[in-house]
Write a protein that binds this ligand. Structure first.
Ligand SMILES: NC(=O)C1=CN([C@@H]2O[C@H](COP(=O)(O)OP(=O)(O)OC[C@H]3O[C@@H](n4cnc5c(N)ncnc54)[C@H](O)[C@@H]3O)[C@@H](O)[C@H]2O)C=CC1
Ligand SMILES: O=C(O)[C@H]1O[C@H](OP(=O)(O)OP(=O)(O)OC[C@H]2O[C@@H](n3ccc(=O)[nH]c3=O)[C@H](O)[C@@H]2O)[C@H](O)[C@@H](O)[C@@H]1O
Length: 465
């Protein structure tokens, strides 16, 4: 089956970049990305392509090439569903904040709405592709809704999880380690799988396109994120031991990473992992395991989250301890708010939790992040509900000049590993700060010895002070 029209529901961090790359690589396929959020669609259509709503290196060039040719952003969801033979669902699947499974299970209400909308609108057979990260066995829910509320049409459900990481999304999409496609092991299922294989095969070598049954595919996505996050929590747990023993976590990471069975990636100790997915997907894995009565399995994975929460809290406690056990009324400059460099995404960023803890201790915080705006920072803090929005705005300010942000502070805390922080004139920053001037490097980004030579008291992750 040859695909000519693709629709993607959800124009977010995954739907936007993923579809832009498919459109670039498949000029003969019309790709329409739809969203109920009209402002987001308007931003994707902004005549100045630098204003698209997702910041990713290289993305604006891809969008500029394909937009208007065979890549379209629209809020006419029904029309796009009707016209497409293949529909990707790429909507958000956050952790439930209410009812059964609150705080752990994935909230699938947006997924279900999509399925009902597809069933209502479709006039011909469709291939529905799960692009969102979903609990294992969600495909059966989708199938149920589509076959019971559709017009007797044939709906094939595929699972095609996305493995891109933010900040490197375009590279990851252009040269994926693998593409995973799960589907029914029936003749119709096989045909649907092949149709999607043919889309990716335009630029991904066939031996990198893995096909599995639908459940393995769904579970592999949760497993991949759990393994990656587990590596970060593992090295972070050891970073604490390093601080007590004079071992250096960077040296330990290098020493173990050269073992080809372990590998060097994802061994960077930090203030804690953030991002929209690691925590949500592990909590989901924990919830699913518990729902099958697999308590040991659930406890095992839950520990990855417990360690991550500990690491964030440990960082703020370290700041407080080193500022003579009180930060009340003291200014602390935050360099970075995004959950990692090269993205404007702040979801679950460690910075939010560290700031919240310090604000509870009556600290005054000023933040600089090269890509995150003020509204986002306040919305992240307000969402926690720890204090009134007025108090958040009174005690935390956001600056656009990093030197001014650091001026008059007791301490600078590095929360995101933006490259530009390494290039700053640290002597100038030191001169403008109160003494003793502290740097808390939550990313082991800066040259400790150079900072110490200037006069800073430097506190990094996983090395003795
Ligand atoms: N952010 C990431 O790097 C990655 C995310 N994922 C997964 O991809 C999925 C989407 O994530 P993001 O793109 O980050 O989310 P997002 O929140 O940036 O985008 C989701 C979009 O879906 C739209 N939407 C929700 N319900 C809709 C409906 N019924 N009709 C039309 N539009 C609707 C929302 O308005 C929103 O713009 C999630 O399941 C996530 O776990 C997977 C890999 C990477
Ligand atoms: O499902 C998802 O959403 C995606 O989640 C992660 O991607 P992402 O969260 O965008 O970014 P990562 O590079 O994985 O970083 C996650 C967090 O871990 C932290 N991290 C990462 C690596 C490391 O060594 N140390 C470390 O602290 C980062 O700073 C960041 O806060 C996965 O890497 C992607 O494969 C996956 O598709």
């Amino acid at each position: 089956m040859k695909i000519r029209n693709i629709c993607c529901i959800g124009a977010g961090y995954v739907g936007g970049p993923t579809m832009a790359v498919i459109a670039k690589k498949c000029p003969d396929i019309n790709v329409t990305v739809v969203d109920i959020n009209k402002a987001r669609i308007a931003a994707w259509n902004d005549p100045n392509v630098e204003n698209i709503p997702v910041y990713e290196p290289g993305l604006s060039a891809v969008v500029a090439e394909a937009r208007g040719r065979n890549l379209f952003f629209s809020s006419e969801v029904d029309k796009a569903i009707d016209e497409a033979e293949m529909i990707f669902i790429s909507v958000n699947t956050p952790t439930k904040t209410y009812g059964e499974g609150k705080g752990q299970a994935a909230d699938l209400k947006w997924i279900e709405l999509c399925a009902r909308q597809i069933a209502r609108v479709a006039k011909g057979d469709k291939i529905v592709v799960e692009k969102s990260t979903l609990p294992v066995r969600t495909a059966s829910t989708l199938k149920d809704i589509l076959t019971h509320t559709g017009n007797g049409l044939n709906f094939q459900i595929l699972s095609n999880p996305e493995f891109l990481a933010e900040g490197t999304a375009v590279d990851d999409l252009m040269k994926p380690d693998r593409v995973l496609i799960g589907g029914d092991q029936t003749p119709d299922g096989e045909r649907a799988i092949q149709a999607l294989v043919e889309v990716y095969a335009r630029w991904v070598p066939k031996d990198r396109i893995l096909t599995t049954n639908v459940w393995s595919s769904e579970l592999s996505k949760l497993t991949a994120n759990a393994y990656l996050a587990q590596r970060v929590s593992s090295i972070n747990s050891l970073s604490e031991l390093c601080e007590f023993t004079e071992a250096d976590v960077n040296e330990v990471a290098k020493a173990i990473g050269t073992d080809s069975r372990i590998g060097p990636k994802f061994l960077k100790a930090s203030v804690g992992f953030g991002g929209s997915c690691f925590q949500k997907d592990i909590l989901n894995l924990v919830y699913i395991s518990r729902s099958y009565g697999l308590h040991e399995v659930a406890d095992y994975w839950e520990q990855v989250i417990i360690m991550n929460d500990h690491q964030k809290r440990r960082f703020s406690k370290k700041i407080i301890r080193n500022l003579y056990n009180t930060v009340s009324g003291k200014k602390i400059a935050f360099l970075g708010w995004a959950f990692k460099k090269d993205t404007n995404d702040t979801r679950e960023s460690a910075a939010i939790y560290v700031a919240d803890h310090l604000l509870n201790e009556q600290s005054i915080i000023e933040v600089y992040d090269p890509k995150v705006n003020k509204q986002q920072i306040f919305s992240d803090l307000d969402y926690l509900g720890s204090r009134s929005p007025e108090d958040n705005r009174k005690n935390l300010t956001v600056g656009s000049d990093p030197y001014k942000v650091c001026e008059g502070s007791h301490a600078v805390a590095v929360l995101t590993e933006w490259d530009e922080f390494k290039t700053y004139d640290w002597q100038k920053i030191y001169d403008s700060m109160l003494k003793p001037a502290h740097v808390f490097d939550g990313r082991n980004l800066l040259d400790k010895e150079a900072l110490r030579a200037i006069g800073f008291q430097v506190h990094a992750i996983g090395t003795a002070d």
